[in-house]
Design a protein around this ligand. Structure first.
Ligand SMILES: [Ca+2]
Ligand SMILES: [Ca+2]
Ligand SMILES: [Ca+2]
Ligand SMILES: [Ca+2]
Length: 305
């Protein structure tokens, strides 16, 4: 049990300098761009994108560190890996079919399978409906960027948003009930959430800067996301039903592509804070304990200053 005094002492340690709220572990060290991690459901690996061969491809690396294993190959870039809840597949997007489509690859290696076959651009993706479906954004409806879903093995895609604004970067809640996405339908790029089967969307963030890239915690209670109030990207989290955001990083570098460990106590992200894009894991155990009290970044800094 943490006392108030030990909490304050711990906060002073982790916030000096105040560039993140928890202990950081760096996982990649080469000169390539290593970015956009996705945590495996058993908690043991991260899938990520790297251009170490000169072309972006998918890799996995143990969360304890080690040598990355290359999962995809070829002349066309593969990006945005997203690990399925059953651990079997990693979904990603690629132009290997001649235009941007959604694909999957076995997490243990093997031949990729094409999921979408529409000639328009099918891009950012996440799993939805408890892992039966993949949700993605596409401009296939008259150039309007919208959220779509499709069975993980392919088939008929269904449109989930019809607003004339950009509705992009969708990600389904692990409990299957909701889809979070980014939209500028309110005039600014903010996080929104809607039922998985479609229906009225609810705005979650109301910042004057961009809030993008929602990522669900495994218990579907929290959303991590990226925002740029200081002119560079940082990481935030907030309750998925709405509420006060909590800032997770405050570094002049770009911190992006947050994803949660299955235990909800660690996050993975990529950052160029040490030169080029690398993968990092941050322990947010202390913060998640305090999150019940809605402790904001401003209040944390006020506590230690
Ligand atoms: Ca690197
Ligand atoms: Ca396509
Ligand atoms: Ca739209
Ligand atoms: Ca930053």
């Amino acid at each position: 049990m943490l006392t108030a005094a030990t909490c304050l002492a711990a906060l002073f340690i982790v916030l000096s300098p105040p560039t993140c709220v928890g202990q950081l572990t760096r996982l990649t060290f080469d000169s390539s761009r290593d970015w956009d991690p996705s945590w495996s459901p058993d908690g043991q690996f991260l899938a990520f994108t790297s251009d170490i061969t000169g072309v972006n491809h998918l890799y996995t690396i143990p969360v304890t560190g080690g040598t990355p294993t290359q999962l995809t190959f070829g002349a066309y870039p593969d990006m945005h890996p997203c690990w399925s809840a059953d651990g079997q597949l990693i979904a990603f997007c690629s132009e290997r079919s001649g235009n941007q489509d959604i694909w999957t690859v076995p997490a243990g290696g093997g031949d990729p399978s094409r999921v979408t076959t529409n000639p328009n651009r099918d891009e950012s993706l996440g799993w939805s409906h408890g892992g039966d479906m993949i949700t993605f954004d596409s401009n296939r409806a008259f150039g309007n960027w919208d959220v779509w879903i499709i069975p993980k093995l392919g088939g008929t895609a269904e449109r989930r948003t019809t607003h004339q604004a950009d509705d992009v970067g969708p990600c389904g809640s692990p409990d299957g009930g909701r889809i979070a996405f980014t939209s500028n339908r309110g005039g600014n790029y903010d996080l929104w959430v809607m039922p998985s089967e479609g229906g009225e969307a609810t705005q979650l963030t109301f910042a004057s800067n961009m809030c993008v890239g929602p990522a669900w915690s495994a218990d579907s209670r929290m959303l991590g996301y990226n925002s740029d109030p200081d002119g560079n990207w940082d990481l935030w989290m907030m309750p998925s039903t709405g509420g006060e955001p909590t800032r997770l990083t405050d570094d002049p570098a770009h911190d992006l592509y947050i994803d949660w460990a299955p235990d909800g106590q660690r996050i993975a992200f990529s950052s160029d804070r040490e030169g080029n894009d690398e993968l990092y894991i941050m322990d947010i155990t202390l913060l998640t304990g305090l999150a019940e009290q809605q402790v904001s970044w401003g209040r944390i800094k006020a506590l230690y200053q």
